[in-house]
Ligand binder design. Sequence first.
Ligand SMILES: [Zn+2]
Length: 41
Amino acid sequence: MIFEKEKVKSKDCPYCTGKGYFQLLLGGSETCKHCHGSGKK
Ligand SMILES: [Zn+2]
């Protein structure tokens, strides 16, 4: 059997990969403006 790893589902926001936020390089996180933190499209 093939176990698929957690892929980015088509329903998920492509910008934050469904997380709802971005991880900032400088530290902290920022709410995704595209899905408003919902993580969905
Ligand atoms: Zn998003």
